[in-house]
Write a protein that binds this ligand. Structure first.
Ligand code: HMG
Ligand code: MG
Length: 308
């Protein structure tokens, strides 16, 4: 198996996780959550979105969250931005990274940001240029790369063309995303290999939802294809409000646990991450479905008499 020695994790729980919870976590709870995550060794997280509060009411307090949160050096705070209005809001509270977002299928793109793919690329050309001029890192999250809940199969050629257009526009990272958990490992390996023929592998990251239980298997395929950046959401929080049946992302603690067990470094403290998952559970008021928070990490020395 060809595997990387190190992987970078981007935590998306405060954004992808909380955007779709039934409960709107109060601002103070979001701040506690983000500050706890910053204490785990995670170096990058999506803290919120500067989108229309009518479309995503749970993140309407984006300014208050970023103004209130203590931001230790060495942790980068990213936010989703759908247009120039969102960019101005994000610049006003000094985020470190702008995440523009669109889909590889027209129907999902229309439902999510009310634009065609061509219109989105045009808007993001301007948003991206301004973000770069302000010295910010720029990521593009590309949804429905492995299938669309409205259209079904998505042509890998379309994913490649959009990814190329985004890189030509100056993005530092393209997040190949499986919005509603339609991907399988063979497909992941094939799509990543194809995209990597046209854009540098170091610019690719993977974002999996665990809707059908294939999330970590898809990570393994991504690792074998050489991708070294993965998104996760503590506790498996999350989903997409404009894709029916979408559930949470892969749980960050399950991801980190698997990587550490495989001898792959992440720089993340697993015990602290599990504490964050418990906090997330308290904040949203429902049990979260991640595995490692429930079972605990593997004990290589065995558990002795406490093992039932
Ligand atoms: P629209 O209705 O076409 O926009 O929505 P508009 O320009 O006509 O504006 C409508 C109203 O929204 C106006 O207010 C604007 O001022 C306001 P009104 O005059 O009616 O009072 N508005 C804003 N307010 C605050 N901040 C803004 C903003 N923009 C407009 N930035 C729009 C278009 C893009 C705004 C809307 O569709 C939207 O906000 N969509 C966001 C959807 C979203 O956040 N989805 C979830 C994130 S994507 C995701 O989860 C996938 C991902 O995880 C990867 C994966 O898993 O695939 C990333
Ligand atoms: Mg997502």
């Amino acid at each position: 198996m060809h595997l990387p020695d190190k992987v970078a994790i981007c935590e998306v729980g405060p954004r992808d996780g909380l955007q779709n919870e039934r409960v709107n976590v109060p601002t103070a709870g979001k701040i506690r959550f983000i500050e706890a995550l910053a204490g785990t060794g995670i170096r990058r997280m999506e803290a919120t979105s500067f989108v229309s509060p009518k479309w995503v009411p749970n993140l309407a307090d984006a300014e208050d969250v970023l103004a209130g949160v203590k931001r230790p050096a060495g942790v980068a705070y990213a936010a989703l931005v759908p247009n120039l209005k969102g960019l101005e809001r994000a610049l006003a509270v000094r985020v470190d990274e702008i995440v523009i977002f669109l889909s590889a299928s027209e129907s999902h793109n229309q439902k999510n940001i009310n634009k065609s793919i061509a219109q989105a690329l045009e808007t993001y050309g301007e948003v991206g240029a301004r973000a770069k001029a302000a010295g910010l890192r720029l990521k593009a999250a590309l949804s429905t790369c492995f299938g669309c809940p409205f259209e079904g199969d998505v042509d890998p050629g379309v994913v490649v063309r959009i990814a190329e257009a985004l890189v030509a526009m100056g993005v530092d990272e393209v997040g190949i995303s499986d919005t509603t958990g339609m991907a399988n490992p063979r497909q992941v390996y094939a799509l990543v290999s194809r995209v990597a023929e046209r854009i540098p592998l170091e610019k690719l990251s993977l974002h999996f939802h665990d809707t059908r239980g294939a999330g970590l298997a898809n990570v393994l395929a991504g690792l074998q294809a050489g991708v070294t950046i993965y998104d996760g959401s503590v506790g498996g929080l999350g989903g997409c409000p404009y894709a029916k049946g979408a559930t949470g992302n892969i749980a960050t603690e399950d991801l980190v646990h698997m990587l550490h067990e495989m001898g792959i470094e992440t720089g993340v403290d697993l015990e602290r991450l599990i504490e964050c998952a418990k906090l997330a559970q308290d904040l949203v008021g429902r049990p979260l479905e991640a595995h490692v928070s429930k079972a605990g990490p593997v004990h290589h020395g065995g558990l002795g008499s406490s093992c039932r």
